[in-house]
Design a protein around this ligand. Structure first.
Ligand SMILES: Nc1ncnc2c1ncn2[C@@H]1O[C@H](COP(=O)(O)OP(=O)(O)O)[C@@H](O)[C@H]1O
Ligand SMILES: [Mg+2]
Length: 286
């Protein structure tokens, strides 16, 4: 990872990695079931954010919207400066493949594949050769401390190691945003601590991370905490205590986007991921 500039430097020059404006999510029903109510949220590049809340408060629903796996009922979401409401499903899939890495409680490793092969699957969309994908996978595995487990299959790994493989897979394509939903939920305390330390370290190297958890102790390690309750933002320490704690001070929340067609949208704008729009299958070697 070559990025070493601070959040505030980035915050001034770049759009936020993530911006939610009055996001609502409802499920069909009579009346419709409202799961998320008017969520406003800005995450600047380089931030490390924990979203906390009790079971059923809407955390995973929020993560699936942020991760572009689902669309909001109303409101707007911007990812890396791109307004998702303006994009087709195909454009969104391309943006997701380049910009987001996912980590889930259940790891979702492919059982028949080695550690190396599992991580390399994170690069399938790039169209790179298998040799190049494996090279990059080895590098990612070194970063998570698993260079000595390349040939192991998931059933030969501990829970903590499996989650580190999943994190390497999420990171291998160098996404702008790492999303983790209860990444320590299936781990014992010590392995969970190891995963949290790894996330802190990856963030210190420049990765923007949003972690969802119901564990307040775990969340306490994170510089910014956002509390969800019944589908609403109950608190956001990023808005209350700028500069507090060891993390970078959050940049001031910018107002939502220029009107459509203005910012670095799907057109040939200067957004960090704009080349993805027409060439989702190939990316020059980085
Ligand atoms: N597809 C769905 N249809 C209807 N209700 C859903 C659906 N998915 C989730 N919910 C409801 O949304 C609420 C929030 O769920 P979720 O986001 O998974 O919460 P959390 O991750 O905080 O535990 C829960 O009450 C859940 O039952
Ligand atoms: Mg959940």
């Amino acid at each position: 990872m070559s990025e070493s500039r601070t959040t505030s430097e980035y915050g001034r020059r770049q759009p936020p990695v993530l911006l939610l404006d009055k996001v609502v999510k409802e499920y069909d029903g009579d009346p419709p079931l409202r799961i998320l109510h008017d969520i406003d949220l800005t995450v600047a590049r380089g931030e490390l954010v924990a979203v906390i809340g009790p079971s059923g408060s809407g955390k995973s629903t929020l993560l699936s919207l942020i991760g572009t796996l689902d669309r909001p009922t109303s409101g707007r979401i911007q990812l890396e400066g791109h307004d998702l409401t303006a994009l087709s499903d195909r454009q969104i899939a391309a943006l997701r493949a380049r910009s987001i890495g996912f980590v889930f409680q259940q790891f979702f490793l492919l059982p028949g594949l080695t550690t190396l092969e599992n991580v390399a699957t994170g690069l399938l969309y790039t169209g790179e050769t298998v040799g190049r994908r494996h090279e990059r996978a080895v590098r990612a595995l070194r970063e998570v401390g698993l260079a000595h487990r390349l040939g192991h299959r998931p059933d030969q790994l501990s829970g903590g190691e499996k989650q580190r493989v999943a994190i390497a897979r999420a990171l291998v394509g160098r996404p702008g945003l790492l999303l983790a939903d209860e990444p320590t939920g299936a781990l014992d305390t010590a392995s969970g601590r190891g995963v949290v330390e790894l996330l802190l370290q990856l963030n210190a190297q420049g990765t923007t991370v949003v972690v969802i958890t119901h564990d307040r102790d775990l969340a306490a390690s994170f510089p910014r905490r956002i509390g969800l309750q019944d589908g609403r933002v109950e608190f956001d320490t990023g808005n209350e205590t700028p500069g507090a704690g060891p993390g970078p001070a959050p940049s001031p929340a910018p107002s939502l986007a220029p009107a459509p067609g203005h910012g670095p949208g799907p057109g040939p704008g200067p957004g960090p991921g704009h080349s993805a729009w027409r060439r989702p299958a190939r990316e020059g070697t980085a």
